[in-house]
Design a binder for this molecule. Structure first.
Ligand code: MRU
Length: 356
């Protein structure tokens, strides 16, 4: 089997019985792994953006629960199943928007309840590894499905980073882009730089460059101009392709702040808007996007740039990390279980009925 560049992008590694996270805050300048020793460190790494992206956060939490189980069982083999609930709560408080985090915690909690074995950590580790592998397999599937929607050769625009780094591997939105590029359907990828964490400039551009996929960075404010003016060129932007942190049962989509503006632009200019996400990102417990908790991060992230305070002293700021795109602006939701065009509750319910 050929080893592709994306195979070497591993945000999460379980090695020598330790969880290691690629420190995404340092990319692309430094490629450094951090070892996590306890559940508090795992939760802090999620909060601090060492690891980020909805599926990657869920996978990390699953491995974090293995570490927690090992410690709780060693401490008190009779009471560990009750005691570990505190650790699950610590993980649940690390970031609020990505539902994959809560999906992974709930799944592991159910397994823990039914466990009666001498070595619970080994069983939980096999489940965490399965979650990790299933995520990569789901991404490859949705990559192929999403690529089929793209007709002819065109440029696409993506936001934030929904690549190998944000998942177990391969990526959601970037998985679609990888598949479509292999099929010679993509001439150029425009990547929004994505203030304040610059996931587009640092991470998406890095992933694309490693695979020789042509990538052109935009400041967010340039998207409207580029969409409009590219139409008359030989590289028209025909699709906006993004990932998601949580999709409500009616098809409303939470994703990195700025995504909603892109969906409005897409509709105005008659281009298509695709969301690629595994079914673990779909929250059937909420009826619409208004119920999705939107993370507000420190205003220092907005007032500063690369650790340097740049805003006028005394200025206030807001820093919502996500926004919600209404389902009516979404042309396609692509999951590993299929494509939902013009999503609504009924269509999503039918697709989710196929999830094991
Ligand atoms: O704040 P981040 O970097 O965790 O935000 C990530 C995103 O918004 C991604 O688009 C989303 O999680 C999908 S990742 C496949």
């Amino acid at each position: 089997m050929t080893v592709k560049a994306y195979d070497s992008i591993k945000p999460i590694i379980w090695q020598d019985d330790t969880l290691q996270l690629l420190d995404q805050r340092l990319l692309p300048a430094e490629h450094t792994y951090i070892s996590l020793n306890n559940v508090t460190e795992v939760a802090q790494a999620i909060t601090d953006m060492v690891v980020r992206g909805a599926p990657a956060i869920g996978i990390t939490a699953a491995y974090g629960i293995v570490i927690a189980a090992r410690a709780r069982f060693a401490d008190n083999a009779d009471n560990w199943q009750q005691a570990i609930e505190d650790d699950l709560q610590i993980l649940a408080q690390s970031r609020p928007t990505a539902v994959n985090l809560f999906w992974a915690i709930d799944l592991m909690r159910e397994v823990i309840k039914g466990l009666a074995v001498a070595d619970p950590a080994a069983t939980l580790l096999s489940i965490a590894k399965q979650i990790h592998e299933d995520d990569i397999a789901a991404n490859v599937k949705m990559g192929n499905l999403g690529a089929q929607l793209i007709e002819g050769k065109c440029a696409v625009l993506t936001h934030c980073n929904a690549g190998a780094l944000a998942t177990g591997g391969y990526g959601t939105a970037l998985g679609v882009i990888r598949s479509a590029f292999e099929q010679d359907k993509i001439s150029l990828v425009y990547a929004d730089e994505t203030r304040p964490w610059l996931q587009g400039a640092r991470l998406t551009a890095w992933e694309m460059v490693q695979e020789d996929i042509p990538v052109s960075l935009l400041v967010e404010g340039a998207a409207a101009h580029m969409i409009k003016t590219s139409q008359a060129t030989d590289t028209p932007i025909r699709w906006i392709i993004v990932g998601s942190d949580r999709i409500a049962s009616n098809g409303d989509v939470a994703n990195k702040i700025g995504t909603y503006a892109l969906a409005v632009l897409a509709r105005h200019h008659g281009i298509k808007f695709m969301v690629a996400a595994p079914t673990t990102t779909i929250d059937m417990n909420i009826s619409c996007g208004d119920d999705i908790p939107i993370e507000e991060r420190s205003i220092d992230e907005v007032l500063s740039c690369s650790g340097q305070h740049v805003a006028a002293i005394g200025a206030q700021a807001r820093n919502p990390a996500f926004d919600v795109t209404p389902a009516e602006l979404v042309d396609a939701i692509v999951t590993e279980k299929g494509v939902v065009l013009n999503p609504d509750f009924e269509k999503i319910k039918v697709m989710m009925a196929n999830v094991d």
